[in-house]
Design a protein around this ligand. Sequence first.
Ligand code: URA
Length: 210
Amino acid sequence: MNHQLTVVDHPLIQHKLSLLRRAKTPTAVFRQLLREISMLLAYEVTRDLMLTRRRIETPLMEMDAPCLSGKKLALISILRAGNGLLDGVLELIPSARVGYVGLYRDENTLQAVEYYFKVPAELEDRLVITLDPMLATGNSVVAALTRLKKAGARNIRFMCLLAAPEGVEHLYQAHPDVPVFTAALDARLNELGYILPGLGDAGDRLYGTK
Ligand code: URA
């Protein structure tokens, strides 16, 4: 199992996740809960960001104040469900640069097929946080990370809402250098590649499509 797997078990996240999992939770509430959880997850994903000291003036005196150092982060949303995590993370890190990777899942092979790729410049100098709520088979995220590395990314973290053990293992085999942050590690996948107990199709629940 992935030694770089962090299950963020903060009680607020766990409570919100239980509300979000319910089949009867309406679209607007689902979206809001996902936004709230993504902010809380982002807090943990960014816990060890490097700081530098900068001279500032408070109303009373000068001080060397801690500020984030280095280039702006890059947030990469794996379309379309990744956007459900993106808004909350951007609220916490508003100056982050944003990119999108468009992949669809071939329903027969469950393999990821790329249809869109647009990412910030100088990826190699940024912390890249890749976002997709569901780590199921891992096919999409493995393909997305391979593509991001080809574009120069070297320091990558993956943030999701739910992970299946199969997906975690797949991701670890393909990209052992990428730490994974999730709100829960669920039991397994079903024969259609859905996470159990899961929450259903995250994109459909987020956007009210079916
Ligand atoms: N994608 C989803 O949206 N849900 C799953 O359970 C698996 C993949």
